[in-house]
Design a protein around this ligand. Structure first.
Ligand SMILES: NC(=O)c1ccc[n+]([C@@H]2O[C@H](COP(=O)([O-])OP(=O)(O)OC[C@H]3O[C@@H](n4cnc5c(N)ncnc54)[C@H](O)[C@@H]3O)[C@@H](O)[C@H]2O)c1
Ligand SMILES: [Zn+2]
Ligand SMILES: [Zn+2]
Length: 369
């Protein structure tokens, strides 16, 4: 008897998801069946709902999740039923051109199958009641009671970390903390600016602190987000509607500008500000994204002076290494995750959860199963 379970299905862009009974395929190869316990609503999911990020439909969104291993496929190794896991959205083959060069985020198999929203072997793992294939966003599809993932996407973490906190590590926290620790070259005492203080930006603020930054300038358009940034370690809060954030970076640094700027707003204004606010020779890391068909204009002069720009996905994640470390940092009190959860919701409240994210009311709503 195939497994039946509830999933939130997006059939058309800009329409509400519907919670439906869907059917899992049999476990193949190194598949693992994970019972999802908590899944965060990330801005990237919203971009699929609005259509600015284009994926085949019908699809189950959700790519920031934690759960319990429920069953193992015939070749799944190194996991046991009952393990508590955080799920990675970057499965990678381990032996292609890019995997060999330590860039799993560019893995050829990952990039070949990601846009099709299928599993890592190129086929789907769930069906709608009428028998049609159901796509899964970013090799996960976590707005769902169960997800079938490749074994190496399921990273075992300590059982003490609650699932709602753990799930955040799977995308927003890994991206923001990782960008500061794995990608940017933040030196001891550096001045770091973080533009956009959603979950990704609040994680980047904390990553900058862990990397030894001196001043951490948080920039947002929303005072409530800036309050949270201050709670998790920002030393300066800048409302970009009221003041020139680049001028503040210069005033802090003898006129030079910030040593490192992390953009986590996903806004053309944010990308422009990043180039204006960084010092000559400094480093800009873009984490946010806008519609891939958009043009983003930058003042040419703001790019001069040996500035380095890098667009980065997933914070240089090596999930098997980083997820347990991040989970332990939470348990040790050096990484703050409680502050990132604005609401805990049920799966059938997911459309309201995304409406709240659109209105900018929430950092993370987390679906609790
Ligand atoms: N690189 C990656 O791997 C990765 C992973 C997850 C999310 N993202 C992207 O990162 C961005 C942030 O994601 P999130 O989930 O934290 O989103 P979010 O919507 O929760 O947060 C965005 C924040 O930016 C602020 N903001 C918007 N415009 C601004 C501006 N001009 N100046 C300053 N602040 C501004 C908003 O007020 C909000 O607080 C999105 O673009 C998302 O797509 C990237
Ligand atoms: Zn995400
Ligand atoms: Zn590869």
């Amino acid at each position: 008897m195939p497994l039946e379970y509830h999933a939130a299905v997006l059939h058309e862009v800009e329409t509400p998801m519907t919670v439906e009974t869907v059917t899992a395929t049999e476990l193949r190869g190194d598949d693992v069946l994970v019972r999802i316990k908590a899944a965060g609503l990330c801005h990237t999911d919203l971009e699929v709902i609005t259509g600015s990020l284009r994926y085949p439909l019908p699809i189950v969104l959700g790519h920031e999740a934690a759960g319990i291993v429920e069953a193992l496929g015939p070749q799944a190794r190194a996991l046991a039923v009952g393990d508590h896991v955080i799920l990675s959205w970057n499965p990678h083959c381990g032996h292609c051109f890019y995997c060999d060069r330590n860039q799993p985020i560019l893995c050829e198999t990952y990039l070949a199958h990601g846009p099709g929203a299928v599993a890592f072997d190129g086929t789907t793992r769930a069906r709608l009641a009428d028998g049609r294939d159901l796509k899964q966003l970013m090799f996960l599809g976590a707005f769902s009671e169960y997800a079938i993932v490749a074994a190496h996407q399921a990273i075992v973490v300590p059982r003490d970390i609650p699932f709602d906190r753990a799930c955040l590590i799977g995308c927003g926290v890994m991206t923001g903390v990782g960008a500061a620790l794995n990608i940017a070259e933040i030196g001891w005492g550096d001045t770091v600016m973080v533009i956009g203080c959603g979950a990704v930006g609040l994680a980047a603020v904390q990553g900058a602190g862990l990397a030894g930054a001196g001043a951490i300038i948080a920039v947002d358009l929303d005072p409530a987000k800036l309050d949270l940034a201050a709670k998790v370690g920002a030393t300066h809060r800048v409302d970009a509607r009221a003041v020139d954030a680049a001028a503040i970076a210069r005033a802090q640094t003898g006129g030079r500008g910030a040593d490192v700027v992390l953009e986590a707003a996903g806004s053309p204004a944010g990308f422009r500000l990043s180039a204006e606010a960084v010092r000559p020779g400094g480093e800009i890391i873009w984490l946010g994204k806008t519609d891939i068909a958009d043009d983003v204009a930058l003042r040419w002069g703001s790019l001069m002076g040996e500035k380095r720009i890098r667009r980065s996905s997933y914070g240089g994640a090596r999930p098997a290494r980083d997820f347990p470390l991040l989970a332990q940092s939470y348990l040790d009190g050096t990484l703050r995750l409680d502050e990132l959860i604005s609401r805990r919701i049920r799966l059938d409240e997911i459309n309201e959860g995304f409406a709240a994210l659109r209105r900018g009311e929430t950092i993370r709503s987390v679906v609790m199963f």
